[in-house]
Design a protein around this ligand. Structure first.
Ligand code: AMP
Ligand code: MG
Length: 494
C-alpha cells in the first residue's frame, strides 16, 4: 500500500481548479533524510487523516514533501504586498508549497501547506528552506494562539530534513506543515490590482466570498459587503491580540489574511511588561508594528484591500471611493467594541455599561511606567476577585497606584448581580496563566537547534496547549523572564 492511501487524505483543490493564473504548479525538493519532530494528532483527526496508520518514515516522507500524495497538486501562490509601508509588486510563495485543500470533519475547507520545502519561481535570492528554530517557533506559537482562542493558522507537523541551511551559521533544516482556512491575503488582491487586471481581482473576490463569506454572495454591493466582512474579521482578530499582549511584528499586507486568521509567525512575541510602545522585532526600527499601533496598522492594511477592490464597488470611481470610505470608517467603532468585550471578560464583567471604557483605560493608565507583567496582572485580578489581593499588590512597586482603581472596579462588580462562580469562570477563561514566554521559547528552540534535544519544545508545547489550567510544577512557565533576558529581541529568521 502506498503512503498516500494510508493517510486517506481526500484532496479537493479549488484554488488550483478555479484560479488559474494565481499560482504556478511546482514541486518541492526531496529532503535527504527527513525525520519527524512532532505531529499534531488532534489536528490530523480533525482533518480526517489516518496518521496512526503511518510509520514514522512514511510520515517524514509525506511532511517533508518527498512523497506527493494522491490527489495533491502542489502549487506556489503568487501575491504582492506592502512591507513596512512600501509596495513590492511580486512576492509569492518563495519557500512554501500548497499541497492542496481537504474538507475537514466539519466540512470546512482547509489548506495544507509545506513551509521550507525548497526554491520556487518566487524565491528571489532566498534558498526556499527553513531552519529548525523558526519552524518550531511557528509550531509553538500558532498552537498556543489556537489554545488561547485566537483565530490562527495551525501546525500539523514539523520535520527535520537532514540537511543544513545557511543562515548566520549552518543550522539544521526543517519543514513545517501549516493548515489554514485559506492562504488568501490582502497581497493576493494587490498583485492583480497593481497590474490593473480587474477581472482577476473580481475572480479572486468571488472565490473569497464563496469560500469565506458566502452570506454576502449575490447581494447588491456584495464586494463592499465583502470588504466589510474582512474588516470585521481583522478588527476582531487584532482585538484578541491586544487582550493577550500578542505582537505580530510584521503586519505587512502579505501577512494579512482574508479569513481573519493570524498568519506568519516570524518575529512575533508576547509583551511581558506592559508598555504600549513595545516592539520586539529587530527589523522594525521605527516601531511601525509596535503593540499599540496594531489596530491602526490593521485598518491601514484593509485600506490597501479597499484600493485593490475599488473598481468593483462602482462604475463611477468617486462613488466607489465614497462607499469604501464609509466601510473603512466603521473600523474604529468595531475594533473598540470587540476590544472592550475582551477586556470586560478579563475583568470579570458580565453586563455592559457606558463607563466600562473609562474603567479599562484607567487600569492601563495605572500600569504605565510600573513594569507590570501583563499576563500576571490579570491572574492577580482573578485572585483579587476571589478575595486575595496579595499577589496582585506584589506586582506593583507602589500599591497606591492601583488602590484607587481597585475601589472603582469593586464598585462596578458590586453593581452586577452575578454569582461569584460565574464571574470567576469568565475570568479563568479570559486570562491565561501561560503564554509563550519569550525566554522559554528561546530555550526550547536553542535546545532543538544546538543539541537536537526536543524535550523542552515538547514540554512547553504541552503547557501552551492548555493555557488556562494550572499545571503542576510549572511555575517557571508562569514567571516573567529574569532581568538579564530583557529587553528581548526577535529576528526575522527565515
Ligand atoms: P515573510 O517575511 O515570511 O512574510 O516572507 C516574505 C517573502 O519572502 C515571501 O514571499 C516569502 O516566500 C519570501 N521568503 C522568505 N524566506 C525565504 C527563503 N528562505 N527563501 C525564499 N523566499 C523566502
Ligand atoms: Mg509572509
Amino acid at each position: 500500500m502506498t503512503a498516500s492511501n494510508i493517510l486517506q487524505a481526500q484532496f479537493d483543490n479549488s484554488y488550483y481548479r478555479d484560479l488559474e493564473g494565481c499560482y504556478v504548479a511546482w514541486q518541492g525538493v526531496v529532503a535527504p533524510k527527513p525525520e519527524v519532530i512532532r505531529i499534531n494528532h488532534q489536528l490530523a483527526d480533525e482533518l480526517g487523516f489516518n496518521i496512526k496508520a503511518l510509520t514514522d518514515d512514511q510520515s517524514a516522507e509525506i511532511f517533508s514533501g518527498s512523497k506527493i500524495l494522491e490527489g495533491s497538486v502542489p502549487i506556489a501562490q503568487v501575491y504582492a504586498g506592502h512591507q513596512f509601508g512600501g509596495f513590492t509588486p511580486i512576492l509569492g510563495d518563495g519557500r512554501a508549497l500548497l499541497l492542496g485543500e481537504v474538507l475537514d470533519r466539519d466540512g470546512m475547507r482547509r489548506d495544507i501547506q509545506l513551509k521550507g520545502s525548497g526554491r520556487t519561481p518566487f524565491s528571489r535570492q532566498g534558498d526556499g528552506k527553513a531552519a529548525i528554530g523558526p519552524v518550531l517557533r511557528e509550531y509553538l506559537i500558532s498552537e498556543a494562539m489556537y489554545a488561547l482562542g485566537v483565530p490562527t493558522t495551525r501546525s500539523l507537523a514539523a520535520v527535520t530534513t537532514g540537511e543544513k541551511v545557511l543562515r548566520e551559521s549552518q543550522l539544521p533544516g526543517a519543514i513545517l506543515t501549516r493548515v489554514a482556512s485559506s492562504h488568501l491575503r490582502v497581497g493576493t488582491f494587490e498583485f492583480f490590482a497593481a497590474r490593473e487586471d480587474i477581472e482577476k481581482v473580481r475572480l479572486l473576490a468571488d472565490y473569497s466570498i464563496s469560500r469565506h463569506y458566502p452570506d454576502v454572495s449575490g447581494q447588491s454591493d456584495q464586494y463592499l459587503l465583502f470588504l466589510s466582512e474582512v474588516l470585521d474579521a481583522q478588527a476582531k482578530l487584532v482585538a484578541k491580540w491586544m487582550a493577550i499582549g500578542f505582537i505580530h511584528g510584521v503586519m505587512n499586507t502579505d501577512n494579512t489574511t482574508i479569513s481573519g486568521e493570524t498568519i506568519d509567525y516570524g518575529p512575533c512575541a508576547f509583551m511581558d511588561q506592559y508598555d504600549p510602545a513595545s516592539v520586539f522585532s529587530s527589523i522594525d526600527l521605527q516601531g511601525r508594528y509596535a503593540y499599540q499601533n496594531q489596530p491602526t496598522m490593521a485598518i491601514w492594511n484593509i485600506t490597501r484591500l479597499a484600493e485593490a477592490l475599488l473598481p468593483l464597488f462602482d462604475d463611477n470611481q468617486e462613488k466607489g471611493v465614497e462607499k469604501a470610505t464609509a466601510v473603512l470608517e466603521s473600523f474604529s467603532e468595531k475594533y473598540y467594541e470587540y476590544w472592550l468585550q475582551n477586556m470586560r471578560s478579563k475583568l470579570g464583567l458580565v453586563t455592559e455599561r457606558k463607563e466600562d471604557m473609562e474603567l479599562v483605560k484607567g487600569l492601563l493608565k495605572s500600569l504605565e511606567g510600573q513594569h507590570i507583567d501583563f499576563t500576571n496582572l490579570f491572574i492577580g485580578l482573578s485572585k483579587a476577585a476571589e478575595g486575595d489581593q496579595t499577589s496582585l499588590l506584589s506586582l506593583f512597586d507602589d500599591a497606591e497606584t492601583i488602590a484607587q482603581w481597585l475601589a472603582l472596579w469593586r464598585h462596578r462588580l458590586d453593581a452586577e448581580e452575578v454569582p461569584m462562580q460565574t464571574r470567576l469562570g469568565i475570568m479563568a477563561r479570559a486570562n491565561p496563566r501561560y503564554i509563550p514566554r519569550n525566554h522559554k521559547v528561546e530555550e526550547a528552540l536553542d535546545a532543538a537547534t544546538y543539541e537536537q534535544n526536543f524535550e523542552p519544545f515538547k514540554k512547553l508545547l504541552a503547557i501552551l496547549e492548555s493555557p488556562f489550567e494550572a499545571h503542576a510544577d510549572s511555575e517557571e512557565f508562569e514567571n516573567p523572564a529574569p532581568e538579564s533576558k530583557i529587553p528581548y529581541r526577535t529576528f526575522c529568521g527565515t
